[in-house]
Design a binder for this molecule. Structure first.
Ligand code: DX5
Ligand code: ZN
Length: 214
């Protein structure tokens, strides 16, 4: 299982030890949640903060943009050195074009779907993307309970991959812990985001390891 801990649950008053923990850990990525107060009812952090984090972080960055018009920021996300740029399907009128532009910028393109967005909206884009991020909570906040229906969506997505031959990685974000992570792994998830489960743990590196082993 690939693991992408979400910095949203880190200690923003003393962030360096949390980044160093990620660097030491078995995590595959660092997940960065950008919120604009328009697409989601919260504001998190922007490019100045992410640039400082990127300078200290040795893991590849998995940037999750919960913002309107994410295509305006492709070059800035590229300049961070991000490996994955995730945009919401619901935020992109011209999703195919946005995916192409993310690729032209040299990044992996991820498309994210909210809990009420059906998997079948991805039928005509699944072969063009590197990753699909299934939201298993409504985006905007860490620490929310896992929406069980997401398991069905992950299984549907795994089936869509099988039918189309798409190589898109199935990533899941929201309410992930060891128990929900195990169910997600059985449903076909290949990469898990975890915020509060990791940073709220007494041993965050062990929490990451417990998801890696799923
Ligand atoms: C929610 C964010 C998540 C969040 C997950 O809008 O996209 O990445 O940090 O937090 P947990 O793992 O606590 O649900
Ligand atoms: Zn996220």
């Amino acid at each position: 299982m690939k693991v992408s801990p979400s910095l949203l649950s880190a200690d923003f008053g003393n962030i360096l030890p949390d980044i160093e923990m990620i660097n030491r850990s078995e995590s595959d990525y660092l997940h960065l949640d950008v919120m604009d107060g328009v697409f989601v009812p919260n504001i998190s952090f922007g490019f100045p903060v992410m640039k400082a984090v990127a300078r200290r972080c040795t893991k590849p960055l998995d940037v999750h943009l919960m913002i309107v018009e994410p295509d305006k920021w492709i070059s800035q996300v590229r300049d961070l050195g991000a490996e994955i740029m995730n945009v919401h399907q619901e935020a992109c009128t011209h999703l195919h074009s946005v995916v192409q532009r993310i690729h032209q910028a040299g990044m992996k393109a991820g498309v994210t779907i909210n809990p009420a967005t059906p998997v079948n909206t991805l039928v005509d884009i699944i072969e063009d993307v590197d990753l699909v991020l299934v939201m298993s909570v409504n985006p905007g906040f860490g620490g929310q309970p896992f929406i069980t229906h997401s398991l069905k969506k992950v299984a549907e997505l795994a089936e869509l991959k099988r039918i189309t031959g798409s190589k898109a990685i199935i990533e899941v974000d929201g309410g992930v812990n060891k128990a929900t992570g195990r169910q997600l792994a059985e449903a076909g998830a290949e990469m898990l985001v975890a915020g509060s489960y990791v940073f709220g743990a007494s041993d965050p590196e062990e929490a990451i390891r417990s998801l890696k082993r799923l």
